[in-house]
Design a protein around this ligand. Structure first.
Ligand code: ATP
Ligand code: MG
Length: 392
């Protein structure tokens, strides 16, 4: 069956009144952006609290559905047959033809769910349900009616035209991109931070990213891996600006001037500091990291508390409460996993201590940091030499 129209379902919890329009406008805009990538003519429009997508001539339904399945804010996509109102007899024929094409003659239970937006139609909703149910039963002897748990809920909506639909393809949910503020993602080549970025973006947050690169200790391919990951996130979240910070001098300096067991904690604090600098400069309202409680020594609650203390911005850690396997499952689903497991090390794995502290105290760390007299100058240079790359 070929569909030329799609009804877009979105959750309305929390989007009432004026906010509802902001939400719907943003969703329409994001659908337009998602479909523009393909070839073909289409129209996205709102009609009495609904969003529809009509496609014309050269569009492929599957391409449309694939594109809509990457738009945050959509909970369901209903392929729709839209017909003119040419009277009851013709409607019956159209509905039977629809059922034949979509389900064929197999055994199934169904229920007709009619709704009238136009009260002058020749039958009431109850009459449509009964009479259409009967017509379908006559046409398909293997179908039966189940009003409580039907396998197929056949919707017939009487508007200026008539909509027929029965299938809902699940969407990503969340909120449309651009309905929340902007956040700065600390993006590494690992499994966790791309998932963290995706999760925050799914709430409507626009992302910018910072990646700490340490050539020659980390390779160009490690950097390319991060850009590839950002590209996958951008396919959902829209274009992402990545600030590639050359972190090598800072890292070597810390390595040479700090107790090694404190290395990771101090390095992370400098990363946060630099990330916060860019976040403020770009109007971001928070940082995002892929930290998960207890995963490694720098992610114990004691370590996270000490790291977090260098910045005043909110730090969002959407995977903090997730087991590694839960994070992997999402990474696989969103398409970042295969890139993340490529074996190019990033800077955190190059400079590691054999016995890192797991319960650092702020006092001890700050004491060690006092000895890093040259660090501010190195941080300033790193910020100045940052390369900005935008991925689409
Ligand atoms: P990931 O899988 O995201 O790399 P991880 O479990 O390896 O995380 P760490 O290496 O301790 O954990 O890093 C914790 C977080 O710090 C990362 O999730 C990421 O947000 C940030 N981070 C680590 N290394 C970098 C880097 N080179 N550039 C930018 N952010 C980084
Ligand atoms: Mg990592």
């Amino acid at each position: 069956m070929e569909f030329r129209s799609f009804l877009i379902k979105y959750a309305e919890i929390g989007v009432k009144g004026k906010n509802k329009y902001i939400f719907e406008d943003a969703l329409v805009k994001q659908i337009n952006i998602a479909l523009k990538k393909d070839v073909g003519q289409f129209k996205v429009y709102r009609e009495v609290g609904r969003i529809y997508v009509d496609v014309f001539d050269d569009y492929d339904d599957d391409d449309v559905i694939q594109a809509l399945k990457k738009v945050f804010g959509i909970v369901g996509i209903c392929p729709l047959v839209k017909i003119e109102d040419n009277g009851w007899e013709e409607l019956k024929e159209q509905v039977i033809s629809y059922m034949r094409q979509v389900y064929g003659n197999k055994e199934l239970t169904f229920k007709v769910n009619a709704r009238r937006a136009r009260k002058n139609y020749e039958k009431t909703s109850v009459e449509i349900n009964m009479d259409m149910g009967e017509a379908i039963l006559d046409a398909f002897p293997r179908y039966s009616v189940d009003v409580h748990h039907p396998e197929v809920l056949l919707n017939i909506e009487i508007r200026n035209h008539i909509n027929i639909y029965s299938e809902t393809i699940p969407g990503l949910g969340g909120m449309p991109t651009g309905t929340a503020g902007k956040a700065m993602l600390l993006l590494s080549g690992g499994i966790d931070s791309p998932v963290a970025g995706y999760m925050i973006a799914r709430r409507g947050v626009q992302l910018e990213a910072v990646y700490f690169h340490a050539p020659p200790y980390t390779s160009e391919r490690a950097k390319q891996k991060v850009l590839d990951l950002a590209k996958v996130i951008a396919s959902y979240a829209g274009p992402i600006k990545i600030n590639v910070v050359n972190f090598a001098d800072v890292q070597v300096y810390i390595y040479e001037n700090c107790p090694h067991e404190e290395l990771t904690i101090i390095m992370k604090r400098v990363m946060y500091k630099i990330a916060e600098h860019f976040a403020r400069e770009r109007g971001c309202l928070g940082l995002v990291t892929g930290e998960s409680i207890g995963q490694v020594s720098s992610q114990t609650m004691e370590s996270l508390a000490v790291i977090n203390n260098v910045c005043t911005m909110p730090v969002y850690r959407p995977v903090a409460a997730f087991d590694k396997q839960d994070i992997i499952d999402i990474a696989v689903r969103i398409g970042t996993y295969d890139i993340s497991i490529q074996p190019f090390e990033d800077c955190c794995t190059t400079f590691v201590a054999k016995h890192p502290v797991t319960k650092p105290t702020l006092k001890a760390i700050e004491k060690s940091e006092k000895k890093l007299e040259g660090i501010d100058e190195l941080i300033r240079e790193a910020i100045e030499n940052t390369e900005v790359i935008t991925v689409q």
